[in-house]
Design a protein around this ligand. Structure first.
Ligand code: 2IP
Ligand code: CA
Length: 354
């Protein structure tokens, strides 16, 4: 289970970077720059958000490669690491051997902002381990997983709009805001194309004494092994989670089926609601999520007896699990074509497939 432990710890490093950027005044200023200065550096806002994403993705890739040499070629994510600063210089964001070297590279991307570069590099290189993560540990080391036969999808920050725009203390009813932000890491089998291991780190899960703490949830569903950090038994809630942009006719149909509809931001966040049995399903009728949004969360659902299937097929009575072909590219063809139906209890699937 070396791989699982590594992914959990790396998701926590990612969560710490995400929290640092929101907490540190200087870094947060860069993240929200455009909100205060309508005309100054219109690209900068977008660029710093992208830098946070790229940095987290590269950090995970870098430390995975150190632990499992050769794996980096099979690790992909939402971002690519060639980055343009505001002066139009192309820079490849990479993690270097030392914090100082990484800071130097970041300084180039950040137009000489030494303070920001040092803060970020220090967090990237900070050493942490399993005991620093709010999750359930495991003692099963019998999982035989050949790391040469797997691929990995990363969404470094899912629900980026909430990450940038949410106020910092929104800890109320969690349909929007920082709580919806997740870091998603998923492992799939190259041979079966199924998601087999997943980690969801929610960096802003709990707000107490003016401080956010996180939570990490994981699951493994491979050969005869089904393991998860969650042991909450599932019961029917008759709640369906949807995107706020979902079509009215889909909403109507669900209401007619007896579902209460709740809207929440973030694809990863909505699947997490189903994983935690706060809803029966997450329905998306459009092809607007990608492999990096679903690979990790799907493995956790599968480890708990659920799955994610293609929505437009399910409503035509065909059950087709979302798969992860190794040869898909990082852009359009990585989309989950035909939408999603994510569920934990098989009875829920029976509501749609008759
Ligand atoms: C987005 C994000 C959005 C979601 C969209 C994802 O990923 O999770 O919130 O839309 O599907 O691809 P919605 O919230 O309407 O479900 P990202 O934030 O990484 O771009
Ligand atoms: Ca996403």
């Amino acid at each position: 289970m070396d791989l699982l432990e590594t992914l959990i710890v790396l998701s926590e490093k990612a969560a710490r970077i995400a929290r640092l950027i929101r907490k540190d005044e200087h870094l947060f200023g860069l993240l929200v720059e455009q909100k205060d200065q309508d005309h100054a550096n219109p690209r900068f806002f977008q660029d710093f958000k992208t830098l946070a994403d790229v940095l987290i993705q590269q950090m995970i890739k870098h430390f995975l490669e150190l632990k499992f040499p050769g794996i980096a070629d099979r690790v992909r994510g939402e971002e690519n690491n060639t980055f343009c600063n505001t002066l139009g210089d192309k820079i490849t964001v990479d993690i270097k051997k030392t914090s100082e070297e990484t800071a130097d590279l970041l300084e180039n991307v950040l137009n000489g902002d030494k303070k920001a570069s040092l803060l970020l590099a220090e967090e990237v290189h900070r050493s942490i381990d399993m005991k620093d993560v709010n999750t359930k540990s495991f003692d099963d080391d019998t999982l035989e997983l050949d790391v040469n036969q797997i691929g990995i999808w990363i969404d470094p920050i899912d629900s980026t709009a909430e990450y940038i725009n949410a106020s910092s203390d929104n800890s109320g009813e969690r349909q929007s805001g920082l709580n919806c932000v997740t870091i998603l890491i998923g492992v799939y089998s190259i041979e079966s194309e199924e998601s087999i291991m997943g980690v969801i780190n929610q960096p802003f899960s709990n707000f107490e004494e003016n401080c956010w703490t996180g939570e990490c949830i994981w699951g493994v569903c491979f050969n005869s092994t089904s393991l998860s950090s969650l042991n909450i038994p599932a019961t029917r809630t008759h709640v369906a989670y949807l995107s706020s942009s979902e079509d009215e006719d889909v909403k109507l149909q669900l209401r007619n089926m007896g579902y209460t509809i709740k809207e929440a931001a973030g694809a990863g966040n909505k699947i997490l609601k189903v994983i935690k049995n706060q809803g029966d399903c997450y329905i998306l009728s459009k092809s607007t999520t990608f492999k990096w949004d679903t690979c990790g969360p799907q493995a956790i659902l599968r480890s708990l007896g659920g799955d994610i299937v293609t929505y437009t097929e399910a409503v035509c009575n065909r059950v087709i699990s979302v798969k992860y072909p190794h040869d898909v590219g990082c852009e359009k063809d990585a989309s989950n074509f035909g939408g999603l139906l994510a569920f934990r209890i098989t009875d829920v699937l029976d509501d749609f497939v008759r």
